[in-house]
Design a binder for this molecule. Structure first.
Ligand code: BG6
Length: 497
């Protein structure tokens, strides 16, 4: 249902890349769809001394990809105000408060406020404290804080940040963004699991052999080495996106489809993940870097050759691992995960691999399982979106041979055109006060604790990282990890295409 929502957005980092690439287009989509009409305004803050006029030009540039009428874009941009802001200067919050109050009157915003932290994470705590101490929060409307990743760089720093935020905001006012939770097919996992009795019945260790999650990227570190060098794939992708995907795939059915119940189940799940000893981490997790690779006669730079990367950097650009869950539903079922930069292609894919039949009556040797492919449920997250169930059937013709076939359901372009982009979806959910697809502090705490243990072992181990060729699916160690339990990575674009 479309309603005209009223809110003031105060964006910290209003001149930044995220705001321009994601937030302004997302807000414009909400505007075009009628969720935002007359009663919204945006204050963009950043250090640069911009005028409102210049800010409007920036907004217009960020909407360049939209086919909409120029006057519609200009009217939308007229709701934007810029304030040059030093996040450590209390006086600036006073100016911000006055501008916010003025816009509240002017646009009848009902004192509803969304504070959006889209800038360097080292300022998140300072901003939240000042919002409290300078009394920016309103008494009558809602006050919600949307906060970008990274939320800390380990459990301890995340806890400090959380303590700072919760001095001003209650837990249910804090919307920690993980943009994977805004993706159509990640949200669809709940529909598949809890909307189908058929799948619900087999979603457990009795029927599932292993689960595979791949978040592959073809791009390298690009111009983000400054951040990435301090992060690496483990913190950048595993702690947040991959853990959340595991949560969606493995949690118990929530009592209801509410933020409280969904977050509770994910938290329970994260607490059931088997903690590894240092020795187990070495056998169950693999890290690597993309190396210099000749491609069509030209040498492509490896990670260590990228701008702003230390020549002897030990930062991993690839991580693969086996995650085990100690609960009744999942004990013994490996969740294989992997993510990396400069891989064969950009694709996010999940494969649920079912156990084979116990006996193969079609082979001369009934115990010969090699001719039977496992049934696999594939969830295509991106770029293709949809799902497929791979089953065995009879090969057409004389004789009796098994052959795999797919029941596939791909969303077509027209359906996807209506599907909101992750940021658009999540901002609307925050506007509606729905935190279901945001991360609770307890989930975050548990996932940091899991990741910290791995980080600690890796940081203490100065052995040179294995490298993998650009365009591959990672180092051989990642293949061996899965093969060690008799499985194979189902998604292998280096073989199929
Ligand atoms: C971000 C990471 O969170 O996710 C990036 O910081 C990564 O390094 C990106 O490229 C991947 O997101 P998506 O939606 O393109 O899969």
């Amino acid at each position: 249902m479309r309603t005209d929502l009223a809110a003031l957005f105060i964006i910290f980092g209003g001149s930044g890349d995220l705001a321009q690439r994601k937030l302004y287009p997302a807000l414009f989509n909400l505007y075009q769809k009628g969720y935002l009409k007359e009663h919204f305004a945006v204050i963009g803050t950043a250090r640069r001394p911009w005028s409102d006029e210049h800010y409007h030009e920036i907004i217009m540039t960020s909407l360049a990809g939209f086919e909409a009428d120029e006057t519609v874009k200009k009217t939308f941009a007229s709701h934007f105000y810029y304030q040059s802001h030093d996040v450590t200067d209390a006086q600036h919050y006073e100016t911000l408060k006055q501008l916010a109050a003025k816009l509240d009157d002017q646009y009848q915003l009902q004192q509803n406020r969304i504070y959006y932290m889209a800038m360097s994470p080292r300022f998140f705590g300072t901003i939240a404290s000042h919002l409290g101490s300078e009394a920016l929060l309103t008494a009558d409307g809602f006050n919600r804080l949307i906060i970008e990743k990274p939320f800390g760089r380990d459990y301890d720093s995340a806890k400090i940040l959380n303590d700072e935020l919760t001095q001003t905001f209650e837990e249910d006012q804090i919307y920690r963004i993980d943009h994977y939770l805004g993706k159509e097919m990640i949200q669809n996992i709940m529909a598949l699991r809890f909307g189908n009795g058929l799948l619900g019945a087999v979603w457990n260790k009795q029927f599932i052999d292993n689960v595979q999650i791949t978040l592959a990227e073809s791009v390298g570190v690009e111009d983000r080495a400054g951040y990435y060098e301090t992060s690496g794939a483990l913190r950048d992708m595993m702690q947040n996106h991959i853990m959340q995907v595991i949560g969606m795939l493995a949690m118990e059915m929530p009592v209801s489809f509410s933020a409280e119940d969904v977050q509770r189940e994910k938290t329970r799940l994260f607490k059931s993940i088997q903690p590894y000893t240092p020795a187990e981490i070495k056998t169950n997790f693999v890290r690597a870097q993309y190396g210099e690779t000749p491609v069509e006669g030209q040498t492509q730079p490896g990670y260590r050759q990228e701008t702003n990367v230390a020549p002897a950097s030990q930062t991993e650009t690839f991580v693969a691992g086996k995650v085990l869950i100690d609960n009744e539903r999942w004990c013994g079922v490996p969740f294989y995960v992997r993510t990396g930069k400069r891989l064969a292609r950009k694709e996010t894919q999940i494969n649920i691999v079912f156990k084979k039949t116990g006996v193969n009556i079609f082979a001369p040797d009934k115990n010969d399982q090699s001719a039977v492919a496992p049934d696999v449920l594939t969830i295509f997250v991106e770029p293709e979106q949809g799902f497929a169930l791979t089953l065995n059937g009879k090969k057409v013709g004389q004789g009796f041979e098994l052959v795999s076939g797919q029941l596939a359901y791909q969303y077509n372009q027209q359906m996807l055109a209506d599907s909101p982009e992750a940021y658009e979806r999540l901002i609307l959910e925050a506007l509606n006060g729905d935190g279901t697809n945001f991360t609770h502090w307890r989930e975050l705490a548990a996932s940091w604790q899991f990741v910290d243990a791995i980080r600690k072992v890796w940081d203490a181990d100065q052995t040179a990282l294995p490298t993998y060729p650009i365009g591959s699916m990672g180092p051989k160690e990642a293949t061996e990890l899965v093969q060690s339990t008799g499985a194979e990575w189902i998604f292998d674009p280096t073989q199929s295409k």
